[in-house]
Ligand binder design. Structure first.
Ligand code: PLP
Length: 319
């Protein structure tokens, strides 16, 4: 089957190198994949997905895109930049702190107004529509309503799910796995809307490499969304669909909740900065690296371990 088209946005392959000092501390052969250095709009994992998503938006004849997320969304920032490159208007319906209904609203958010990704969105001309905090379902509905309103006003919107996690987003990470030219026992990555983990999990299924997603959301049910996403990816790559048991997920390092920094995560951010001169972010990669340290000391992770850095650094300036 013909692979979907993509437009160029990032510089790939992204660098991959050993973390000698941190690896010595932890007693493992530790490597890092630098998707914080995609070379596009201050880096991050969303640039890969956008190469496919923007091509699909253009092919659909859209004149604007609509998405949703948290106000410090790294996806909205990278989408805004991609839209700027291809002459699309970018609309994002956002909440300061969307939350999981069952887990309740996290407290302790310290987000500063007009900072980090929000500031960059303004520079990029993203149309941010801020709606009151509520759960994710309410946010998705608000996005659909906004798309309908744009359509009624004569626009041709292309709707992109939160985090760019459509089957094309997962395809981007299935393809990204081809940049890994060595064998690892584990690949550890932050995981949220799921296309990063889903693409990598499909790519390494049937090999000795296990992909561990460290979740940023306190919601174990999310694995069913990943399974569904994988079911739509499978026909694009000619593979059988994977069951929930194929996804290795950690929910023990969310801390106070989605979008709220954790003590452990902040300690991991300082640790990696001081040991390797590399910055992590407070919402995703800091918590994922904290999990890596924790699971290494408890013996769950061992051998050759690749930390897939997903970026997110602008949020450091907002929290
Ligand atoms: C979006 C994001 C993730 C999660 O990736 P998904 O594909 O949405 O699961 C992880 N880290 C950072 C920095 C992100 O911006």
């Amino acid at each position: 089957m013909d692979r979907p088209r993509r437009v160029p946005l990032i510089v790939s392959p992204t660098p991959m190198h050993q973390l000698g000092r941190a690896g010595d501390d932890l007693g493992i052969d530790l490597w890092i994949k630098r998707d914080d250095l995609t070379g596009f709009a201050l880096g991050g994992n969303k640039g890969r997905k956008l190469e496919y998503l923007i091509a699909a938006a253009l092919d659909s004849g859209a004149d604007c895109v609509v998405t949703c997320g948290a106000i410090q969304s790294n996806f909205v920032r990278q989408l805004g930049a991609a839209c700027a490159c291809y002459g699309l208007e970018c609309h994002a319906v956002v909440m300061r702190l969307p939350y999981d209904q069952a887990a309740g609203k996290p407290s302790g958010g310290t987000e500063l107004a007009n900072s980090g990704n929000e500031l960059l969105d303004q520079l990029l001309g993203v149309h941010l529509q801020v709606v009151p905090d509520d759960d994710w379902e309410v946010l998705y509905k608000a996005m659909e309503l906004h798309a309908t309103e744009l359509q009624q006003a004569g626009h041709r919107p292309y709707v992109i799910p939160v985090g760019g996690s459509s089957p094309l987003g997962a395809l981007a990470f299935y393809e990204a796995a081809k940049e890994i030219d060595q064998e690892f026992d584990w690949i550890v990555t932050a995981s949220s809307s799921g296309s990063t983990q889903t693409g990598l999990t499909y790519a390494f299924a049937g090999t000795r490499t296990r992909v561990l997603g460290v979740c940023s959301d306190p919601e174990p049910e999310i694995v069913h969304d990943f399974v569904d996403l994988g079911s739509s990816l499978a026909p694009l790559i000619g593979r059988d669909r994977l069951e929930a048991s194929s996804f290795a997920m950690d929910f023990d390092h969310v801390g106070p909740g989605y979008g709220v920094p954790s003590e452990e995560g902040n300690a991991a951010i300082s640790y990696l900065a001081r040991r390797e001169g590399i910055f992590l972010d407070p919402v995703y990669s800091g918590k994922a690296f904290a999990a890596l340290m924790d699971l290494t000391s408890s013996g769950v992770l061992a051998g050759r371990v690749l930390f897939w850095h997903t970026g997110g650094i602008p949020a450091l300036f907002a929290m």
